[in-house]
Design a protein around this ligand. Structure first.
Ligand SMILES: Nc1nc2c(ncn2[C@@H]2O[C@H](COP(=O)(O)OP(=O)(O)OP(=O)(O)O)[C@@H](O)[C@H]2O)c(=O)[nH]1
Length: 237
């Protein structure tokens, strides 16, 4: 657009097509991208703009606003408060990086003055507790292995951020969904985070929806962004 002398409908379309291509290449869902295009075209009517208007600036602003709207969930996210106990439950597909993310999340908050503790609710995978224990020990974060007792004990010991690591879900295991519901009821979390491997791409919407039907998911964390995946699926999730 910067190289064109006259800004007309063709230039606007080319510009929107460039943005569309970039978003699709970054795994953003087609429906969302088409919606973005339609909204921008609705806001900008080049034929009706009076002379003297800076068309580049108007297109730029409309595009910027629309891209921001794609990122806006419409309500503020849950923010744990220091000194007040919050329970955060992490759920996700098997191998998505939940256990690793639990420790990262705890470490992030510990460095900022919270008093976090980790609780392992993964009863399916052999070695899950040992993995959490290893990570937690390295990051110097207290941990517990038994879900209900662990959460109760952490509350008594005045931890203000209790992070619960749920078993990774595998589609075939209906029992895990039931367990997730039970853990949800037993821990009454203030926030449920859906942990999503960035490489699932376009499947993100369906996965996130399947989880949301069982527990009230309030946030998404995208993992493995250090690989080649683009993570645009997070917008759908
Ligand atoms: N490259 C990369 N690897 C990661 C990341 N997060 C986790 N992993 C790796 O992904 C693998 C699975 O991670 P876990 O944290 O065990 O995943 P999980 O979802 O708890 O696994 P289950 O308990 O079996 O469901 C491990 O080898 C991790 O080291 C990340 O951000 N980047």
């Amino acid at each position: 657009m910067g190289n064109e002398m006259v800004i007309d409908q063709k230039v606007l379309n080319d510009c929107l097509n460039d943005i569309t291509r970039a978003l699709l290449q970054a795994d953003v869902e087609f429906k969302l991208v088409r919606h973005m295009q339609t909204n921008i075209k609705q806001v900008i009517n080049l034929d009706h703009l009076a002379a003297g208007h800076d068309k580049r600036k108007i297109i730029h602003q409309a595009t910027f606003d629309e891209l921001c709207r794609m990122l806006d969930p419409g309500k503020p996210s849950f923010v744990p408060k220091k000194g007040k106990t919050s329970v955060v439950l992490l759920v996700g597909l098997q191998g998505c990086g939940e256990t690793t993310t639990c420790t990262k999340y705890a470490h992030y908050h510990q460095k900022r003055g919270w008093k976090p503790a980790l609780v392992c609710a993964d009863t399916f995978r052999a070695g899950a507790f040992d993995q959490l224990k290893q990570n937690a020990t390295k990051a110097k974060i207290p941990f517990h292995g038994r879900i209900s007792k662990g959460v109760e004990r952490c509350k008594k010991e005045n931890y203000d951020l209790i992070i619960v690591d749920m078993s990774g879900w595998h589609k075939q295991e209906a029992a895990l969904f039931e367990e997730m519901r039970q853990v949800y009821e037993a821990t009454q979390p203030d926030l449920v985070i859906f942990v999503m491997d960035s490489s699932i791409g376009q499947a993100a919407f369906d996965q996130a929806q399947a989880f949301k039907q069982i527990v009230s998911v309030g946030a998404v964390i995208v993992t493995k962004m250090d690989g080649h995946a683009k993570g645009g699926g997070a917008l759908s999730a």
